[in-house]
Design a protein. Sequence first.
Length: 160
Amino acid sequence: MNDFTHFNAQGRAKMVDVGEKDPSQRQAVAAAQVLVGRQTFERIRSGGMKKGDVLTVAQVAGIMGAKHTSALIPMCHPVAVNGIDMDLWLDEEQCSVEIRATVSCSGRTGVEMEALTAVSTAALTVYDMCKAIQKDIVISNIRLLRKTGGVHGDFEREEA
């Protein structure tokens, strides 16, 4: 159990103490994809959903998701984020909503979970807003693309 940072001496879950770490600039970028059918795609594009503008509502939901990450993920520290930028766009070829979140902070712990929660929340919001006309929507490919800062160094995913 010594290799796992989130377990105490008795093998029970604990929140890691980051108090001794020096604050540093950190950033994380995550992405997700929501695959929809052609009819749903066209309704999203035209603004024809009864619940409103899908991309705008999902963008705001993603921001809210990032801000509430520590309330949702048990071992996440509350992080004072400096900024959250959501980018949502339609991919005609894949018939999908593409989602990207960039989260930054100046702190003792990273914001990977905030970025991942942002794209997940945005994707779930797209699903919620479209489920009345399509039940088989697929949320896919939630992933960390990049992170900077911290003792573990930088990371960049190689994507095809």
